[in-house]
Structures are given as C-alpha cells and as structure tokens.
Ligand binder design. Structure first.
Ligand code: NDP
Length: 329
C-alpha cells in the first residue's frame, strides 16, 4: 500500500492571499510529534470554517493542513501512554492552527494532546460531538460547578441551531433542565424541540443593545454568540445565576455594564476548549458518553466525505449549517 494520503493544504502568497488545495502528502511531510494517527473521522467546526475561508486569522503557520478535531487509530507511537491500535480523539491544542491538523489521512501529534475514545463511542460519534459538543459539555460542567441545577430555573442556549447550541440543548434537556433555545432560524423550531428545547425564542429578542438589568428570565445560560446577545443574556439572568460564554458567532465585543454582576451577583463563566487541561477533557468526554443521548446525536449530525469539507467550511461561516457535520475519511 502506498503511504501517500490526501490532505487539504491552505497556503498564502506574498500578498497574503489565501488558497486552498487538495494535495497528496506522505508521513515524511507531517510535523513533529510522538504519535501518528490514521484519521478515521473529523468534522467542520465554526473555527475550521474561519480557517479555510480566511475570514479570521485562525491559521498562524503557512502552509497548513487545517482541521481542529480528529478521531482515529494510533498507527505508531513513541509515547508510553499510547500503543498502535489504540482509539483516540484530539480536540484543539493548536492543531489546525499552528500544527498540521485533521484534514489528512494521517496526523502526527503529541501524545499528551490525545484522549482515549470513551467506551461506547465510535470515531464517528466522537466527531459528531467534536470541539463544538465537547465545548457544550464544558459549559454544562461550568454551570453545574456554579450550582445551577434544574431546580434553579430555566437555562437559555443561544446560537441554538448551531453545533455548540444543538449539543448543549441535548445534554441539558437529558439532565432535566428547562431549556429556552434562542435561534435566528425559527423554521428549525421542530428540530430544536426534538433535541429537548422546551421553549424557543427569536434571536432578535436578544440582539438590541442591552439594558443594564432586564426582567429575570433564566437561572443560567450557554452563550455561543457574544456581543449584544451575551449582554442581554446577562441582564436577564436571575439573581445569583451564571452564564457560560464560549463563542463569538455574533461578535467579539461585549457591550454590557457591571449591573448584572454587582446588583444581581450574576457570574460570567469563561470557557476555552483549546488549551483545557487533560483532566477536564477526559471528564468532559466521560460525561458526553454518559449524558448525551445517542439518538439525539444522530438527529443533530449529518455526514459528508473528505471532498465536502471546503464547501461545509464556507457554509458554516455563513450560518447555513444545522447542528454538526461529520466527515468520514
Ligand atoms: P455554528 O456555526 O455551528 O453555530 C453558531 C450559531 O450561532 C449559528 O448556527 C446561529 O444559530 C448563531 N449565529 C450565527 N451568526 C450569528 C449572528 N451574526 N448573530 C447571532 N447569532 C448568530 O458554530 P459552533 O456552534 O461550532 O460554534 C459557536 C461559537 O462558539 C463560535 O463562535 C465558535 O468559534 C465558538 N467556539 C468556541 C470554543 C471555545 O473553546 N471557546 C469551542 C467551540 C466553538 P441560530 O441559527 O440558531 O441562530
């Protein structure tokens, strides 16, 4: 068998104009690392969309194989933690940003970046979850640590029909929370209800500049949108509540005031998946295997092949993707 495999390579010219090509690489072309993985499944996250389209400076080393998430089988390892044949997942750590990523038949990475595929999940399942779903679980765990139980009241999820949002709704509803889903796609109301949303609100309700304090509508939230949306979510959070902020689909800014924090004791919980320590990742993946309904995961994910990655990257940046996209290699 030839050791050559297909890969997506993003390059840029002297004028910093970006181009995307499908190329053939061999293991000799890969970057340094102590574990080589045969990539069996990957996915297209919002960040991958930004990387491939060049809409934001995600790629910081040129040329680069993008793709921040992969699941596959260890082919060879010089790291005592991993043996050939082991099933692994990788999310983040700069892979697909500064280190050759998932959109290739093989990836060579640091063994310390890998998490074992939890029992009961396939490589495809893990990529239906992907960074978006693992981040949704980090948000849920942060709310739990803050004492936001289902008994405290409803929880709002913004960017509901996207990847983080869809997985967050599925997990929160299985855990017994009353989930309010905020979406700009009201035609997806039935989909969101099937995932477990109890109420749907229109994105517009949270898009105008926020008042310092609004009516207390929820005990907590998972926010994938940022900007005015997050400001409104904070101003409508009940006394002592908390909001996990993980995304910027609506903007990087946060035009809020200190009122929710100092007058209602509301907490803003920052969530980063990329550099999250290994213990937290392992716990998040254990919880995903336990608390995510596999029928809902199937309902929120669609499957494409390697050749569909570039189109899906464009679509996700334009807000056209529903739920999660799995790439079967
Ligand atoms: P998706 O594109 O799948 O979902 C984003 C959703 O946000 C869309 O589906 C849409 O939901 C909503 N949305 C899109 N554009 C706007 C807008 N202009 N104003 C308001 N809402 C908008 O992305 P993901 O779910 O994968 O990621 C969501 C965010 O989280 C991204 O910003 C991503 O970069 C970030 N992220 C951060 C991580 C971290 O470690 N902190 C990890 C993973 C993701 P709807 O149609 O329902 O309104």
């Amino acid at each position: 068998m030839s050791d050559r495999f297909k890969a997506i390579l993003v390059s840029r010219d002297e004028d910093k104009k970006q181009s995307v090509d499908i190329v053939e690489l061999s293991e000799n072309d890969l970057m340094d690392g102590d574990v080589t993985v045969a990539v069996e499944a990957t996915t297209v996250n919002y960040k991958d969309g930004l990387a491939i389209t060049g809409a934001a400076p995600v790629i910081r080393r040129w040329p680069l194989v993008p793709g921040i998430d992969l699941a596959g089988t260890v082919v060879s390892s010089e790291n005592s933690a991993w043996k050939a044949g082991g099933k692994v997942i990788l999310n983040g750590w700069g892979v697909g940003e500064t280190h050759y990523g998932a959109y290739a038949g093989r990836a060579r990475v640091k063994g310390d970046w890998l998490v074992a595929l939890p029992a009961g999940l396939t490589a495809r399942d893990a990529m239906a979850v992907g960074t978006a779903g693992y981040t949704a679980m980090l948000c849920v765990m942060a709310l739990e640590r803050h004492g936001i139980t289902p008994a405290r009241g409803p929880v709002v999820v913004t960017g509901a029909a996207g990847g983080v949002g869809s997985v967050a709704i599925s997990i929160l509803s299985k855990l017994g929370y009353h989930v309010i889903a905020s979406t700009g796609r009201p035609d997806q109301a039935q989909y969101l209800k099937e995932l477990g949303a109890a109420d749907i609100i229109e994105r517009q309700e949270l898009e105008a500049p926020a008042k310092p304090l609004g009516k207390e509508r929820w005990a907590g939230g998972v926010d994938a949108v940022g900007s005015h949306t997050l400001a409104n979510v904070l101003s409508m959070t009940a006394y002592g509540g908390a909001v996990a902020a993980c995304g910027l689909a609506g903007g990087m800014d946060l035009p809020t005031s200190v009122a929710p924090f100092i007058l209602r004791g509301v907490s803003l919980l920052g969530i980063d998946s990329v550099m999250a320590p290994k213990e937290i990742r392992t716990e998040a993946w254990r919880r995903i295997a336990e608390d995510l309904d596999m029928a809902k995961l199937a309902a929120l994910s669609t499957t494409i092949g390697f050749d569909g990655i570039v189109d899906a990257a464009r679509d996700i940046v334009e807000g056209k993707i529903r739920g999660r996209v799995v790439v079967e290699m």
